[in-house]
Design a protein around this ligand. Structure first.
Ligand code: F6R
Length: 235
């Protein structure tokens, strides 16, 4: 079931997202969180850091798995998702860094890396709350529109529209990695709860297609209509 909540501003959307995540942590202090990068969740991470500093949320027992990572750049690269997570959340809260996981886009054996990542999620008991953004083309994680719903963690060639969209973070479009490792739609669907954030006029049509249109792999996020517990915050 998908519950869509309209938020009047990015500030409100971020507050609401941080409330949902901190409630999850309060109810289950050893929650396994699935985390996203991109510009949309940055405000929610800021709010979570504020809550941590006020003493109203404790990340000590949390395990985190990120959705995706670029291939072909070092983890210390300024635009890697490893760096993003440290800058936006992990360095500011009391999460044990040993319990934070991001696929290794530099792994020499990609198939092994992907199957190990899925096995680690399973061994942790599965994801309790999965945070998602959504690409303009309907991707979640880096599951790009295609003719099937990929199940597990896998390597993907980024769609030209994703490369174009993400070029805003790089010096030029040619510097954007062309491949990434991403959790599959099956892994995302296995999460007990899902929280998807979408903000801005450019996402309006995508959200409509994903949650009011047919469930089709050409709009990967549409598969979430089949999940029992999805909250979409958008504005
Ligand atoms: C990032 C991710 C992507 C982004 C999506 C939207 O980990 O999984 O699916 O959520 O590309 O990105 P923004 O929020 O920058 O519009």
């Amino acid at each position: 079931m998908v519950k869509v909540i309209e938020c009047e501003s990015y500030e409100k959307l971020s507050e609401r997202a941080a409330d949902i995540i901190s409630e999850q942590i309060l109810v289950k202090p050893n929650s396994v969180l699935g985390l996203a990068t991109g510009s949309t969740p940055v405000g929610a991470y800021q709010k979570l850091v504020e809550k941590y500093k006020e003493g109203s949320v404790d990340f000590n027992g949390i395990t985190a798995f990120n959705l995706d990572e670029y291939c072909g750049i070092d983890k210390e690269h300024s635009q890697s998702y490893y760096t993003f997570m440290r800058e936006n959340l992990f360095s500011h809260v009391n999460i044990d860094l040993n319990n934070t996981h991001i696929p290794d886009g530099r792994a020499s054996d990609i198939d092994k890396q992907c199957s190990e990542y899925d096995a680690m999620i399973d061994a942790a008991g599965g994801i309790d709350l999965q945070l998602l953004g959504i690409g303009g083309n309907g991707h979640i994680g880096f599951n790009e529109p295609c003719d099937c719903f990929p199940v597990g963690t896998h390597i993907i060639s980024l769609h030209p529209s994703t490369i174009e969209a993400n070029s805003r973070f790089f010096d030029s479009v040619d510097d954007v990695p062309t491949q990434a490792l991403t959790m599959g739609l099956g892994s995302i669907m296995k999460a007990k709860k899902i929280l998807l954030l979408a903000f801005g006029e450019s996402k309006r049509e995508t959200v409509k297609k994903a949650f009011s249109g047919p469930v089709v792999p050409s709009v990967p996020a549409s598969v979430l209509q089949l999940h029992p517990d999805v909250t979409v915050l958008w504005g």
